[in-house]
Design a binder for this molecule. Structure first.
Ligand SMILES: Cc1ncc(COP(=O)(O)O)c(C=O)c1O
Length: 460
C-alpha cells in the first residue's frame, strides 16, 4: 500500500510505524499488569506524560480537528497509513486512551488481542455491533436474541424485523441452552445475549451458546453492562463481541452517557468483508463510525476514564451491599420474590456462580470470590398499585431510569424502561408490572435497607 505514496508521504508513514510500534509495546506491557493497574493507567504512562507537559491525567482534546505539519502529513493521516486523528468524529486522542483502556480491561485474562470502539451511548454501540450483520437478507434470514434484554435493545432489534426484513427469534427461556439450540439455523446471522439481563437478572450459559454460535460460523454478541469487566469478561468465555452501556457502572459517578464495543480478532461471520472479520472493533471505528457519526464526545471519554480507575473497588462494594439488601428483601412480608443472582433461591444462581467472579479476588487480592453485581429486582405483593405505593414512598433511593450509580436508584420498568415494548413484549420478556428494579449504590447498606423497610412497611 505504501508504494502508492510519494517519498515525502512515505517519510510520514515510517514515522507512523514507529508510533504504532511504541503503542503496541505499551499495550503488551500493560497486558501483563493486574486489573486495577490497567484501570488506573490504561496505556498512558510516565513517558507519554512528559510529552504532555507532565500531565498526570490523559489530556483531554476538546478541539474537533488536528493541525498538520504539511500536505504530506495531511495525506498520510487521512489515508489511515499513519496514526493521527484528523477529525474528532473519526477519532480523537482522548477517545483513543479510553478505547485502549476498555480493550485491555475487557481482554483481561484472555490470551489473544482485543480492540475497542467507543460511542455516544450504549444504544449506539448495540446498533453498530449488530447492524453490519443484517446486510442483504434473504428469505429466512434471522437473528437469535435473548427476549429478556434491555427495553431499548428489544425495540432496536424489533426494528430490524420491521424495517430490514430480518426474522427476530426471541429466546424466552434464556438460561436453558436448548431454547437457543432450537432457534439457531443456517440462516442465523448472530446470537445475542444479555448477561445478566436488565431488569430480570436472568443468566445464560455463555460458554455453551458461544460453541453453538461458532458451530454455525456466526458471532456471539454479549451485552455485559451489568457485570462490567470487573465481574465477568465474555470474550475469555468464548464471545466474539461485547457491548456495554458505559453510561452505567463504568461511569458510576453519573457524568456521562457512553457506549462501547470490544471485540476479539478474527470473528466468525457469514457476511461482511475479510477486513471486518479480522479486526471488528477497528473496522467499526475507522469506517462505520466515521460514516454514522456517533462517536463519544472527548469530555465524556475524560469522565469515563476517571470513573474507570476505581471500577473494581466500586463494583465489589456495591455487590457486597446488594447481597445484604437482597437477603433483607427476601424476608420482608410484602415482597413476593427477589431476583438477584447471588441468592441461592435464584434459578440462575449456579450459572452466576460459574461466571461472576471479582477480578483478582477479594478486596485484599486474596481469595477468589464470586460477586453478583449491584442490580436486583423485587416483586411487590398485591400487584402494580402496591408496587407504585412502595416506589413512591422512597425517601433516599432516587426514582429514575438509571443504574450503576454511586447513588442507589430504583425504577418501575413496566412504566419506564420497558414501557414502549408493550404488553406482548413484556410478556415475552417475563416482566411483571409489580417489579421494582433497584440499583444499589455506595451508601452504607443499612441506610438503604432502612429506606426500603419504611417503604415496604407503609403498604398495608
Ligand atoms: C443492559 C443495557 N444495555 C444497553 C443500554 C443502553 O445504554 P445507553 O442508555 O447508554 O444508550 C442500557 C441502558 O439502560 C442497559 O441497561
Amino acid at each position: 500500500m505504501s508504494n502508492e505514496f510519494s517519498p515525502e508521504v512515505q517519510k510520514y508513514i515510517e514515522k507512523g510505524e514507529k508510533i504504532l510500534a511504541h503503542q503496541e509495546k505499551r499495550r503488551q506491557e500493560m497486558k501483563k499488569k493486574k486489573f486495577d493497574t490497567i484501570a488506573v493507567h490504561g496505556i498512558y504512562g510516565v513517558e507519554e506524560a512528559l510529552e504532555h507537559q507532565g500531565s498526570l491525567l490523559e489530556p483531554t482534546f476538546f478541539t474537533p480537528a488536528q493541525q498538520f505539519a504539511d500536505s504530506n502529513h495531511l495525506e498520510a493521516v487521512n489515508a489511515y497509513v499513519m496514526p493521527g486523528w484528523a477529525y474528532t468524529r473519526i477519532i480523537n486522542p482522548t477517545i483513543t486512551y479510553l478505547e485502549e483502556t476498555l480493550a485491555l480491561l475487557e481482554g483481561y485474562g484472555y490470551k489473544g488481542d482485543t480492540g475497542a470502539a467507543a460511542f455516544s451511548s450504549g444504544m449506539a454501540a448495540i446498533y453498530m455491533a449488530t447492524n453490519p450483520f443484517i446486510e442483504n437478507p434473504e428469505p429466512g434470514t434471522n437473528i437469535v436474541v435473548d427476549a429478556k434484554c434491555y427495553g431499548g435493545t428489544f425495540m432496536l432489534l424489533s426494528r430490524y424485523s420491521r424495517e430490514n426484513g430480518i426474522e427476530v427469534r426471541w429466546v424466552t427461556d434464556s438460561a436453558n441452552t436448548e431454547d437457543w439450540v432450537q432457534k439457531v439455523d443456517d440462516k442465523t446471522r448472530f446470537v445475542y445475549a444479555e448477561m445478566p439481563s436488565n431488569p430480570g437478572l436472568s443468566l445464560v450459559d455463555l460458554e455453551a451458546i458461544a460453541v453453538l454460535a461458532h458451530d454455525h460460523g456466526i458471532p456471539l454478541i454479549v451485552d455485559s453492562t451489568l457485570t462490567t469487566p470487573a465481574l465477568m469478561r465474555p470474550i475469555a468465555l468464548g464471545a466474539d463481541i461485547v457491548v456495554h452501556s458505559v453510561s452505567k457502572a463504568m461511569a458510576g459517578s453519573g457524568s456521562a452517557i457512553a457506549g462501547a464495543i470490544i471485540s476479539k480478532m478474527d470473528i466468525p461471520s457469514k457476511v461482511g468483508t475479510d477486513e471486518m472479520k479480522a479486526d471488528f472493533a477497528t473496522y467499526i471505528k475507522l469506517l462505520s463510525r466515521r460514516d454514522h457519526g456517533n462517536n463519544i464526545a472527548p469530555m465524556n471519554a475524560h469522565f469515563v476514564l476517571n470513573d474507570l480507575r476505581h471500577l473494581r473497588a466500586r463494583v465489589d462494594k456495591m455487590s457486597k451491599s446488594a447481597m445484604k439488601i437482597a437477603e433483607f428483601l427476601e424476608t420482608h412480608e410484602n415482597v413476593e420474590s427477589v431476583g438477584y443472582p447471588g441468592l441461592k433461591s435464584n434459578s440462575g444462581h449456579n450459572l452466576a456462580k460459574k461466571y461472576m467472579w471479582l477480578a483478582d479476588g477479594s478486596d485484599d487480592y486474596g481469595q477468589e470470590v464470586n460477586r453478583y453485581g449491584y442490580m436486583m429486582s423485587f416483586n411487590v405483593k398485591g400487584g402494580v398499585e402496591k408496587a407504585k405505593q412502595v416506589f413512591d414512598q422512597f425517601k433516599m433511593i432516587f426514582r429514575a431510569t438509571d443504574l450503576g450509580r454511586v447513588k442507589s436508584v430504583a425504577t418501575l420498568p413496566a412504566v419506564s424502561t420497558h414501557q414502549q415494548q408493550g404488553d406482548e413484549g413484556r410478556e415475552l420478556a417475563s416482566l411483571p408490572s409489580n417489579l421494582v428494579r433497584l440499583s444499589v449504590g455506595m451508601e452504607h447498606p443499612d441506610d438503604i435497607i432502612d429506606d426500603l423497610k419504611q417503604a415496604l412497611d407503609s403498604v398495608k
